[in-house]
Design a protein around this ligand. Sequence first.
Ligand code: HPA
Ligand code: ZN
Length: 335
Amino acid sequence: MKTFIANLPKAELHLHIEGSFEPELMFKIAQRNQIKIPYNSVKEIEEAYKFNCLQDFLNIYYQGAGVLVTEQDFYDLTYSYLKKCADQHVRHTEIMFDPQTHTDRGIAFETVINGISKACDDAKKNLGVSSLLIMSYLRHLSEEEAFKTLKQSLPFKAKIKAVGLDSSEKGNPPSKFKNVFEASVKEGYIPLAHAGEEGAAAYVWEAIDILGIKRIDHGNNSLQDEILVQEIINRDIALTVCPLSNTALQVVDDLKNHPLKKMMDLGLKVTVNSDDPAYFGGQVNKNYEAIQEALNLSKYELFQLAKNSFQYSLLEENKKQWYLNELEVYYNNNK
Ligand code: HPA
Ligand code: ZN
């Protein structure tokens, strides 16, 4: 199974680039920029990375991102992640980035986007990994702040495919961002959002009805509402599920109780992703391995998950087909 997963062609659709920041690189960049971080060793970091909830994690995640200053820093962060993609047979990835985490510290939007997108261009050329970018608004900030970010992004529109919504979910419902999502869609961005990670099913309703999102990040709590589940299926909206994130943030108490298989059996379109791999104990293949083992998933089910990852990506139809054909051949030769 491990080899089957390792070589399975796949896409990753839920990944925060700031969450891919491995301790070793964080130390290196902190030193380069002469910024102090509150850890002296990888061991101390491991101790700090024990979370009770989403907010616990976010506090540490924003602190880590605080050492990123130059375009080279953003390039190094992104290229390091993309190399891991190549190693894991991730053919395509849709990368979220949080501009406000950086612009609020006085880093120019341009520095962030140029560093990230240059790494993506080089990875396409040198590693054969394709990618696109999702600009995520921080939901603990105001809609007005999100509008500022939208405006800053416009000169770089060609580099950004979609908008997302992340950070502290509880108390920050999708409806808070109705106007900025409407404006983002007018600018040509595809709307996506985190919903139903810690928030209730009502937040998922808002995300699909008010923001009109095309894909749900997490979506676990959709299962609280049968009518919602049916609606998600009818609208053919996929869920980007992140098993190791869910246990790390105690959204799910044990992987054996993870709802992923139940979701699949209900007819929901599910994908497997790492979310913030440097913080949650594993890259995307580790997520596939862990959930396969916990729920005893078959090769056919793993194939379905990988198939969904291409099918529900934001790629053009002909590119999806190309990857799906490769996957089909792989499955037929290795089932
Ligand atoms: N949820 C919300 N916001 C986030 C996450 C997450 O899992 N990761 C990074 N920002
Ligand atoms: Zn996420």
